[in-house]
Write a protein that binds this ligand. Structure first.
Ligand code: SF4
Length: 270
């Protein structure tokens, strides 16, 4: 693993995710190395153009200072997602604590605002149980959503397709603990992987631990296609997965199933 400490130029950027307009990414790259990762395009915007996604991480060691400078010049507002193109709780966070420092700054800033101020919302996306370390800070946010990303309940499959992320059983357990601590949590079923993701099983395991749910289909643009084909051919012996992925009728049925399960389990769809 190629690990570097870098001085980043900015810390809050625009986000195109449906539930946020701003993002904070404490790292460049992600040790979790998910084979289907949509963020692999980030290699083009880093100093790692010819390196494999998952083989490098840049630690933005000046991220806390940049955030303090940003907040001294700008008011805290908008829907800010932490971890749009990296996992803020990937293994290196255990020692580096960049995400933890960012949260401390944000919660301090919140506490200086009027208690009636709800101009900003924080969302955190992760596939790691390491988020439990920061419960002491997370509990102090007025407007926080945790998105636990999970696309399968199968720990063995997860080990293949998301090698260094926490296994799904650990993520589900983390959701239970977050819920016990009254922290608002949801599931991010992203991506939905045909023949791997099972909505019925996931809803049954998750419904009493989450307040909301979001799902999106696998994206096979760019070099992700090559990795996705690899998963299906090598691990599931499916050679024609593109027929399914490109079948509009298939996705209409999947969406219908998702909507029905949201209703059945009374989980808010985002
Ligand atoms: S955890 Fe998220 S950012 Fe990291 S490799 Fe997996 S999908 Fe990509």
């Amino acid at each position: 693993m190629n690990i570097n400490k870098i001085q980043s130029k900015s810390i809050i950027n625009k986000s195109n995710l449906p539930f946020s307009n701003l993002c904070i990414n404490p790292y460049v790259g992600c040790m979790h190395s998910c084979l289907y990762c949509y963020a692999t395009y980030m290699t083009m915007y880093s100093n790692h153009k010819n390196e494999k996604w998952g083989s490098f991480v840049d630690i933005k060691e000046n991220a806390p200072d940049l955030l303090k400078i940003y907040l001294s010049k700008n008011s805290l507002k908008g829907n800010i997602v932490i971890g749009s193109v990296t996992d803020p709780y990937q293994p290196i966070e255990k020692n580096e604590k960049i995400t933890r420092q960012i949260l401390e700054i944000l919660v301090n800033q919140q506490n200086q605002l009027s208690i009636f101020n709800d101009s900003f919302k924080i969302s955190i996306i992760t596939k790691s149980e390491l988020i439990l370390r920061d419960i002491d800070i997370l509990k102090n946010f007025n407007n926080l959503n945790i998105f636990m990303s999970i696309c399968t309940n199968d720990d063995k499959m997860s080990k293949i397709i998301e090698p260094l992320a926490s296994r799904p059983t650990k993520r589900i357990n983390a959701l239970s603990i977050l819920k016990e601590n009254n922290i608002k949590c949801g599931a991010l079923i992203s991506p939905y992987l045909p023949y791997i993701t099972d909505y019925n099983i996931l809803f049954n395991l998750l419904y009493d631990k989450i307040d909301f749910i979001y799902s999106e289909p696998i994206n096979i643009s760019g070099n992700i296609k090559h990795f996705v084909l690899d998963i299906y051919e090598n691990y599931l012996n499916i050679n024609n997965i593109l027929d399914t992925i490109n079948n509009k009728e298939y996705w209409l049925n999947i969406n219908k199933q998702f909507d029905n399960l949201c209703q059945k389990y009374k989980v808010t769809k985002i």
